[in-house]
Design a protein around this ligand. Structure first.
Ligand SMILES: *Cc1c(COP(=O)(O)O)cnc(C)c1O
Length: 478
């Protein structure tokens, strides 16, 4: 496609928006400018292709399409059927799954769909069977009461939040923590790695209905074959949430024991992180759970987002091309270069390194909290996010860690040399930042002191690093 087509498309779109609410058009343009200027190391973010972005901005957004392909509760869904079927086909082929459900609006939604599919499949509930056989009118008050009792309080075993697990894996602030009786497995305090014997022990003691694997902040591979054996040994359904690392599965960097799809009963993901698609979610499963998964709407979802499903089809088609595998490998190579650069300069990393797309720096080695480090880096033009480390003494708000990831910078084209330079910039900022004090002179977990000249100099070097790697190079808003 010509560079001209992309510029024309985005310029024209902004002109149309500007005609109604110029402040929105300005904010959209400002967002591109900001993203172009920042050294983005947020492990869960990426830059979707212009084709993916443009597939979302159209009249598919106007359509209601509750139901599934060919079986809708609304008339006139033939074109939605086309894009939903295409997205599902690309997903099945890409991941080698027998069934793909591409309607979830986000990762959280995909997990809710999966939880309810598992509950409906696994829990012996005559009332639920009646309800699903569309005999809802036959259900008595006592049936409904029984249904709530039978489905409530089921057990889930997932990775603990501070070891890198996700909120939706049974933690209190999320509905999963209220819906399920949850226990968690952590990591070995000495190595920071998952201790599969401990997971097996926890599973034997707790006998969960669902064993969940997957993470947002664990910098290593997970052996899904072993996890499946553990699930089988206690009769649990094995669910993997690959929201963060789906791009590495798609790009065949994670294969064999490290590819969740052949090992899990059900796999959920986002589509916008390392997979580089539109903001959304997806569920993959075998034939046993397919019917229950397809009831995601109306069980926990409303009408699907056809414009986002169109963009999922585009992004998944991109992920099936050979250059996506190169991209996925470069993500991991870059994360390792960044980790090596940090270690060489004396940083402490959780697990001592990485074999995926992310690195977790324990900033207590620099005498800082995660919050101080995050802000000092931001002042210096480096965008990261603070994150708990295992057994974090500073809790989930201040934290002791900084999570950094390479999917976004790898999309821009930065490589090992730039990762080493990035490590130098991060180390410079963290080693020159000192904790501040509160109004009463006591040590603060939020305040910090960083010489503005250092922040300015690092910010300038970060901007220079990006100059040879323009973001959306074909898009010129004029
Ligand atoms: C990001 C993430 C989610 C949630 O995705 P949203 O699209 O933000 O709802 C779920 N699970 C894991 C493991 C994640 O990393």
């Amino acid at each position: 496609m010509s560079r001209n087509a992309e510029s024309t498309a985005f310029r024209s779109a902004l002109e149309v928006v500007r005609g109604v609410e110029p402040r929105v058009a300005d904010a959209i343009a400002a967002e591109l400018a900001d993203q172009r200027e920042s050294l983005k190391l947020i492990a869960s973010e990426n830059y979707a292709s212009p084709a993916t972005l443009l597939a979302m901005g159209n009249w598919f957004s106007d359509k209601y399409a509750e139901g599934t392909v060919g079986r809708r509760f609304y008339a006139g869904c033939q074109n939605v059927d086309t894009v939903e079927a295409l997205a599902a086909e690309h997903a099945r082929e890409l991941f080698g799954a027998s069934h793909a459900y591409v309607q979830p609006h986000s990762g959280i939604d995909a997990n809710l769909v999966a939880f309810w599919a598992i509950l409906a499949d696994r829990v012996e509930s005559p009332a639920l069977k009646k309800a699903q056989a569309r005999q809802v009118n036959d259900l008595t008050e006592a049936d409904w009461f029984a249904l709530r009792r039978e489905l409530g309080n089921q057990r889930m075993l997932g990775m603990s939040l501070d070891a890198g697990g996700h909120l939706t894996h049974g933690f209190r602030p999320n509905i999963s923590g209220k819906m399920f009786d949850q226990r968690s497995y952590g990591t070995d305090p000495a190595t920071g790695l998952i201790d599969y014997d401990r997971v097996a022990e926890a599973a034997r003691e707790f006998k969960p209905l669902i064993l969940v694997a997957g993470y947002s902040a664990y910098p290593r591979k997970v052996n899904f074959r072993i996890m499946r054996e553990i699930a089988d040994s206690v009769g649990a359904t094995f669910m993997v949430d690959m929201a963060h690392f789906a791009g590495l599965v798609a790009g065949k960097v994670f294969t064999g024991d490290f590819d969740p799809v052949p090992h899990a009963h059900i796999v959920t993901t986002t589509t916008h992180k390392s997979l580089r698609g539109p903001r959304g979610g997806m569920v993959l499963c075998g034939p046993e759970l397919a019917d229950q998964v397809d009831r995601g709407c109306p069980m926990v979802l409303g009408g699907p987002l056809p414009h986002v499903m169109a963009a999922k089809a585009v992004a998944l088609a991109e992920a099936r091309r050979p250059d996506f595998a190169d991209y996925a490998q470069r993500i991991v190579d870059n994360a390792q270069a960044l980790a090596d650069g940090l270690l060489r300069r004396g940083a402490t990393l959780v697990t001592g390194g990485t074999d995926n797309h992310l690195v977790l720096i324990d900033v207590s080695g620099y005498g800082l909290t995660g919050r101080q480090a995050e802000q000092a880096l931001l002042d210096s033009g480096i965008v990261t996010n603070r994150n708990s480390v295992p057994q974090d003494p500073n809790g989930a708000w201040y934290t002791s860690g900084i999570r950094i990831g390479t999917p976004a910078l790898t999309t821009r084209g930065l490589g090992a040399a730039e990762m080493d330079a990035t490590a130098e910039l991060i180390h410079t900022v963290l080693s020159q930042t000192t904790p501040g004090t509160g109004p009463d002179g006591a040590a603060s977990k939020a305040k910090y002191v960083l010489d503005p000249a250092v922040a300015e100099s690092v910010g300038k070097q970060a901007a220079d690093l990006l100059t040879p790697f323009p973001l959306y190079p074909a898009v010129d808003l004029g």
